[in-house]
Structures are given as C-alpha cells and as structure tokens.
Design a binder for this molecule. Structure first.
Ligand code: NAD
Length: 283
C-alpha cells in the first residue's frame, strides 16, 4: 500500500518532530491534539527547527515553505479523515489513553489504514487488542526526531509481514534506519538503556561517586556522548520511572527495580530539564 496521507496524534515533543520529518519528505500530514494552543506551539517549534536547518545550509527557504504547506492541524482524533493511510499515535505514555484513541479510530478510519504507536515501552500486542491487529505496529522514533537516525520498528504478536515491510520501506524513505524488534518490555532501546540509567542513579544513591563524576566516567571512559544522569534529565525522570516500572512488571524481575532516589525525585517534581532541575540544574 502506498502511504501518502499521514496523521500524527499528539503534538508534543515527539509528535511535532514526527510531523516535521514526514512533511519535509513530501507527505501530507495532519497533526492532531486536544487543543489548538498545543498545535500552534508545535507549528512554532517546527518552524524554528526548520530555520535552524536553513542556517546550517541543510535545507533552503523553499524547502521550509513546502514543508509547512504539507502540514495541517486538527483538534480531536474524530476529525482525522477516513482515507488517511497511516496514523501514528504519540500521546502520553498511558495504555488506557492510547487504547481509547485506537477504539475511536477503528470505527472511523478505512480498514486498510495502518495504525502505529510511538510508545517507548507499552506492549504493542496489548495496545492493539482493541483494534486491527495485523495492521498495527510500533514505530519508535528517537528524540529529537529530525536529527536521530533510528526507528525501532516493533512487531506485535499479530503484525503482518506486509505491514512490517510497508513501515520498513517508509522509514528508509524518511532517511531513517529501521531496526526490527519483537514485542517484549522496553523493546531493545529502553531494555538496555534504562537499567544503565537506573544503575547510575543507584551509584549516586549509594554514594559511590558524585553525579558529575558518574557522567564523566561514562563519557570519557566509554565514549558516550552524554552521561547517563544528564541523559535521564533530558528524557525526564518521570518517563524513566514509568519505563522502569514497565520493565519491572513486564519481566517480574527485581533487576529492574527503580532506584528509591529516582522515585523520590519524581515525587518532588525534580523531573530534569523540563522542570529546571533533576540530577543537574538548568536555566
Ligand atoms: N520524549 C521522548 O524522548 C520520547 C522518545 C521516544 C518515544 N516517546 C513516546 O512518545 C509519546 C509521546 O511523548 P512526548 O514526550 O512527545 O509527550 P508530550 O507530553 O510532549 O506530548 C504529548 C501530547 O499528546 C497530547 N495528547 C494527550 N492526549 C491526547 C488525545 N487524547 N488526543 C490528542 N492529543 C493528545 C498532549 O496534549 C501533548 O501535546 C509517549 O508514548 C512517549 O513514551 C517519547
């Protein structure tokens, strides 16, 4: 099936980046949220990010104009046109909220449309239990979407080979590198990343080293571009805790037990960059 019309649900950090990348590659994109204010903010972010690309001479003014012309905003998922070829959900990381959307879409959108979720950790097989299971897939983009090359493509239990092939080819068209992953908690990215971040937090909690020093060891010793505590602040400590809980519950294994310090910081609303303080302070 040829994908031309795309709807992206959720205009936050990930949704605006996903919409940006599709629009820049010539797809017709409807960006959807609960309120026009969120959509206006997302369009302003996309415009600013395109300006940055012009400054770096990666795109031209004309590319910016055509990208913005490919984008339309919509309030409410019930207004997504039924002839949309691909719907990508990128709302908050809550299973019930995501499933409510897919239930509405199942009734409304053409039967051959592919549904995708950008979830970081929720089971694709569980998410699609309320809708079309063979045409449902995980498309896990990385933040910031216009910059990061990877798309982790997650096959649910019943995802068809045809659906997988379509999304794999589409990812390449977007200039990204797709990687096939099967549906187990945390997929690959967060199954490997989150225990490392959690262990860095345990090391801080147990007084093994200071936050700056833990990050320096991983940067200079392991050639990581960013230390694990800085990365946790960037992702959001609440998001890290949610994902660790998915791993902990999904595998029933104590090795994924979130560090008590992480829980305490989330309770204190020290969530990282977005609240101005996490393991480090931000302006
Ligand atoms: N932030 C990251 O680094 C990252 C990376 C990969 C994947 N993800 C996943 O992407 C998803 C979105 O994360 P985010 O960081 O962009 O979140 P965010 O909070 O920045 O944005 C979520 C957006 O969804 C909107 N929304 C909520 N309910 C809605 C509904 N019913 N209909 C329409 N819009 C609705 C909100 O208004 C908000 O604008 C999550 O599943 C998250 O786990 C996040």
């Amino acid at each position: 099936m040829e994908i031309k019309k795309v709807a992206v649900i959720g205009a936050g950090t990930m949704g605006n980046g996903i919409a940006h990348v599709f629009a820049q590659n010539g797809f017709s994109v409807n960006l959807v949220d609960l309120d026009q204010n969120y959509l206006d903010k997302a369009l302003a972010t996309i415009s600013k990010n395109l300006d940055r690309m012009i400054k770096k001479e990666k795109i031209t003014e004309d590319d910016k104009t055509s990208t913005l012309n490919n984008l339309t905003t919509l309030v409410g998922v019930e207004n997504i046109p039924e002839d949309t070829n691909l719907v990508i959900e990128a709302i908050i990381e809550k299973k019930d909220a995501k499933q409510n959307i897919f239930k509405i879409l199942e009734e409304k959108i053409n039967k051959d449309t592919i549904f995708a979720s950008n979830t970081s950790s929720i089971s694709i097989t569980e998410l699609c239990s309320v809708c079309r299971q063979d045409k449902f897939i995980g498309m896990h983009f990385m933040n910031p979407v216009p910059v990061m090359k990877l798309i982790e493509i997650i096959r649910g239990y019943s995802t068809s080979d045809e659906t997988y092939k379509t999304i794999e080819e589409l990812s390449t068209t977007l200039g990204k590198t797709p990687v096939e992953v099967f549906d187990y908690p945390g997929f690959i990215s967060n199954r490997v990343l989150m225990p490392m971040i959690n262990e860095a937090i345990f090391s801080l909690y147990e007084g093994v080293a200071k936050a700056e020093d833990i990050d320096t060891v991983m940067k200079l010793g392991m050639a990581h571009p960013m230390g694990p505590l800085t990365l946790a602040d960037f992702i959001g400590l609440d998001v890290c805790l949610d994902i660790l809980n998915v791993l902990y519950d999904g595998f029933n294994d104590s090795k994924y037990r979130p560090c008590p310090l992480l829980k305490k910081m989330v309770a204190a609303n020290k969530l990282g960059r977005k609240t101005g303080e996490g393991f480090f302070k931000y302006e």
